[in-house]
Write a protein of this length. Structure first.
Length: 81
């Protein structure tokens, strides 16, 4: 049985975060963990095709989360005025 890479657990934490005020921190942590993992790929000639696809998918999902966070921030600002 293989275990999920470290980046995947940090990424899942961002996806499962329900407190929007913590979302930016979670997204940044996931992006940093993915950058670290892809740096490891540079050192050892890349990862498996499955992990590379998972990273591509994760980065896309984090981009969507970042868009949702921006939308939440705008609503929060409007409600504060």
């Amino acid at each position: 049985m293989t275990t999920a890479p470290k980046w995947h657990d940090i990424y899942k934490a961002a996806l499962l975060e329900t407190d929007w005020s913590k979302m930016d921190e979670r997204i940044q942590a996931a992006e940093a963990a993915i950058r670290d993992r892809t740096h490891e790929f540079d050192l050892n000639h890349g990862g498996t095709p499955e992990e590379n696809q998972a990273i591509t998918d994760a980065l896309h999902s984090l981009k969507v989360l970042r868009t949702e966070l921006a939308s939440w921030s705008l609503r929060k600002e409007k409600n504060a005025s």
